[in-house]
Design a protein around this ligand. Structure first.
Ligand SMILES: Cc1ncc(COP(=O)(O)O)c(C=O)c1O
Length: 280
């Protein structure tokens, strides 16, 4: 059983979604995963902005931000550490793909326990593998944190070895895109680099934060096109998401990397300062 602490569906405590909801049938919606620390959501404004932009791109009327914030506070207040998952679906809509002309979106806010990862992941780095499942290229969906996650489900099912923390995914053209639940960064010749996401992948909140932090630290930071062969020339590799923050990568399959490298460490320290100051 998935240990959900508390759930609000359209503002009402509930545990069941109506069977007609398009989230179930088509993954017709999007989601946000927000870290909660000391009763406050981290990077709330950024999550709300991405949710809003995703709704515009999918043609789903975005929920009122004041309403979402009110529901969020009902759940996160007094929680020391938790994960808040927000799902917005297009709502009910009968059988068939055709979206309803006047959708009535569903809001689901669910509070989950904070996942415990070994301290060593952050401190000494993680081991990752390269997945065989590929990400399809589709600029129409690229960057959006939509609910269609079958590619990640299949990729995550590829390994059972608990010493492997994450899997890297390539797209159908063979370019590196991201991890199954993280964005990927390389440091090469002192430059902070992350895959371009114009064809597929999720434009992560932590990716955005890291890119801004790097630029503030006068580190050259750019998006680009990389293949697994480029990993060999990386001085440092790290992964990001809203929950883990920054995980240094110490090993990709058989290849070892310094972890954390100096730039990864600098960014980790800077992120910790931002997080403890609760900057949006
Ligand atoms: C496929 C995928 N890419 C990237 C990310 C990182 O996104 P964020 O930094 O917003 O947590 C996630 C997070 O769940 C993800 O599922």
């Amino acid at each position: 059983m998935i240990p959900v602490v508390e759930t609000l569906i359209d503002g009402v405590p509930a545990a069941c979604l109506p069977l007609a909801d398009r989230a179930i049938h088509y993954g017709d919606g999007l989601f946000e995963t927000v870290a909660v620390r000391d009763g406050r959501p981290e990077f709330w404004e950024r999550h709300m902005r991405r949710l809003q932009q995703g709704c515009v791109r999918l043609g789903i009327p975005a929920p009122d931000s004041g309403c979402l914030a009110g529901e969020m506070w009902r759940l996160v207040r007094h929680r020391r550490r938790a994960v808040l998952k927000i799902i917005v679906s297009r709502g009910g809509g009968g059988r068939g793909y055709r979206p309803p002309e006047e959708p009535a979106p569903t809001r689901i806010l669910a509070l989950h326990p904070w996942p415990e990862w070994p301290d060593t992941y952050m401190r000494d780095g993680v081991t990752v593998r390269i997945c065989t499942t590929r990400l399809g290229r589709n600029p129409r969906l690229a960057g959006i944190k939509h609910l269609n996650r079958l590619e990640q489900v299949l990729a995550r099912g590829e390994w059972h070895d608990r010493s492997i923390a994450e899997g890297l995914m390539l797209d159908t053209a063979g370019e590196l895109v991201e991890g199954t639940t993280t964005n990927l960064f390389l440091v090469r010749k002192g430059r902070v680099q992350t895959p371009d996401l114009s064809q597929c992948g999720v434009a992560g909140i932590m990716r955005e934060v890291v890119m801004e932090m790097a630029r503030e630290q006068d580190l050259p930071c750019e998006t680009g096109h990389f293949t697994p062969a480029d990993l060999a020339s990386a001085e440092e590799i790290f992964l990001t998401n809203s929950l883990v923050g920054i995980w240094p990568v110490r090993r990709v399959d058989a290849e070892e990397f310094p972890a954390p490298g100096p730039i990864t460490l600098l960014l980790q320290n800077h992120l910790e300062k931002i997080r403890s100051g609760f900057s949006p």
